[in-house]
Ligand binder design. Structure first.
Ligand SMILES: NC(=O)c1ccc[n+]([C@@H]2O[C@H](COP(=O)([O-])OP(=O)(O)OC[C@H]3O[C@@H](n4cnc5c(N)ncnc54)[C@H](O)[C@@H]3O)[C@@H](O)[C@H]2O)c1
Length: 261
């Protein structure tokens, strides 16, 4: 890969929240981006229109990556739309909270499939081309819950700890060919994913949404402020830059001090 050559960037779950902010960061910097997520045709058309102002190519896929076949479909649609991905950002994820003794099996399997297995299948499918090109970046959007636990999040914590472990293995296996693998571990980020948790606090304690949000964030983070999705995008972009070539196998908390305690 020549310096300053645009990357071809596949960002899973980029129709919303953190993934969408990452996609804007890369597109703004001149890279080709593959948008992806479960959304209707109107929303995907609107997103493609929104990205048409950038200089790079943009594609979109609504492949459901909860299965190995869905992951294969996403890689094939990415190759068609923007070329072999030189950067894979495993970002798509879901949440469901309940105590382990009451956790529905269906939710366990779904969270493991989307938050962990998809990251493995996608990495496995794109790595051969990265290795041949002698350059690549894999960035897994894990969570503080890849480093520490919280109650009621058995599946989410298991999946995110797994993703951090997977990241380290990928870093070791591909250290010979300029392919790095890193995990970003955010604390609270203001996106639709955390809305149900804010609403539950507001409902249970009869609080307005702003107070409930402050309570949720402040309960875990010394810096009682949610991170912006754009901050995660900028860090992902940095990990693809020239100064980041020796950062690999790392799990980088962006968590207002949550995991420093
Ligand atoms: N929001 C936070 O506070 C926070 C904190 C730490 C980590 N994260 C992680 O960041 C990532 C993004 O979270 P977010 O808050 O932006 O969520 P979000 O709900 O805003 O977006 C999730 C994206 O994943 C896609 N997706 C979900 N299931 C899918 C499936 N089966 N197939 C294809 N796409 C699917 C959705 O369509 C959407 O584009 C997740 O992995 C999440 O665990 C979020």
């Amino acid at each position: 890969m020549q310096p300053n050559q645009p990357h071809t960037v596949l960002i899973t779950g980029s129709t919303s929240g953190i993934g969408l902010a990452i996609a804007h960061c890369f597109a703004r910097a001149g890279h080709h981006v593959m948008l992806h997520g479960l959304t209707d045709a109107d929303t995907s058309q609107a997103l493609l229109a929104e990205f048409s102002g950038y200089s790079g190519r943009t594609g979109f896929s609504d492949a459901d990556i909860s299965s190995e076949a869905g992951c294969a479909q996403l890689v094939s649609e990415t190759r068609e739309a923007i070329g072999n991905p030189s950067v894979l950002i495993n970002n798509a994820g879901i949440q469901f909270t309940a105590p382990a003794h009451d956790f529905p099996a269906e939710k366990w399997h779904q969270i493991l499939a989307i938050n962990l297995s998809a990251g493995f299948f996608l990495a496995r499918d794109v790595l051969p081309a990265m290795r041949s090109a002698n350059w690549g970046r894999i960035i897994n959007i894990a969570s503080v819950h890849g480093l520490v636990a919280s109650e009621n999040k058995a599946a989410y914590c298991a999946a995110k700890h797994g993703l951090v472990g997977l990241t380290k293995v990928l870093a070791l296996e591909n250290a010979d060919c300029n392919v790095t693998a890193n995990a970003i571990c955010p604390g609270w980020v203001e996106t639709p994913l955390i809305q149900p948790q804010i609403e539950a606090i507001a409902r249970e304690q009869q609080l307005d949404m702003d107070t409930a949000r402050a309570q949720l964030v402040g309960a875990k983070q010394p810096v009682a402020k949610a991170t912006s999705p754009e901050a995660i995008g900028e860090l992902a972009l940095y990990l693809c830059g020239n100064f980041a070539s020796t950062i690999t196998g790392a799990s980088l908390p962006v968590d207002g001090g949550w995991t420093a305690q």
